[in-house]
Design a protein around this ligand. Sequence first.
Ligand code: GUN
Length: 291
Amino acid sequence: MVLIDGKATANQIKNEIAEEVKAIKSKGERAPHLAAVLVGNDGASLTYVGSKVRSCEKVGFDSSLIRLPEETTEAELLAKIAELNQDDTLDGYIVQLPLPKHIDEEKVLLAIDPKKDVDGFHPSNFGRMALELETFIPATPFGIMQLIERYDIDTQGKHVVVIGRSHIVGRPISILMSQKGAYGNATVTVAHSRTKDLKALTQQADIIVSALGVPGFVTAEMVKDGVVIIDVGITRVEDASKEKGYYITGDVDFDSVAPKASYITPVPGGVGPMTIAMLLKNTLLARKWNS
Ligand code: GUN
């Protein structure tokens, strides 16, 4: 069994990005610049965004954190987005999700200039991805593809079962893995809440990508020997005995599934750290494509 080290791989990618940033700066050009907009005070979002900003510093990017109060109106947020779209010192930005309930997420994502949409959530970027055109691939599926590539996992003709059909993970990863290419060409099944007899599907899967958010959902009896497990679930479970008052766990019952797996991503330390690295990668791509 190979434990896929997302933290080490993410650090390697960040080091590669840092080298490129050095080369850009040595030409007298400004550093790539990523901004993050955070509306409200959601604890998990604050943690993610803080981590994104720190990672920018690590690779030599400029970063801006734009914090807006919980009661920000949709019109105010759209005005901020219009401003960021026009800001020539900014290569890319993200609006951290989820947004407060009174703001229409779809409207906000549509307002982001696709050229600065380093999350890859804008419909035109999602469409470009589906059509295999050059674009920003959303960070989580991009990170999964990088892990598959850097660990040289064979996907040709393999049966991939993706659990979950979210716009951020399940749907895009199912598209990417079925596309032509060295780490594509898989036969993909997308399973979801209406899927009948999921166990029968997962039992014959060569690769399982679980993006459900239910701790311990994938158990040993659901998988075959030699399976590749990509666990995208990140759930905070309250636990008073922990310093932070919670611990982080994935969708996969790691202790029982790992002995049967050929490759497995742990949680934490698997897919999670990759997402920030890929956001930085997208920002570097924005810099290249837009300058
Ligand atoms: N919330 C959880 N994951 C993400 C992400 O990748 N991008 C944004 N903008 N919000 C998120």
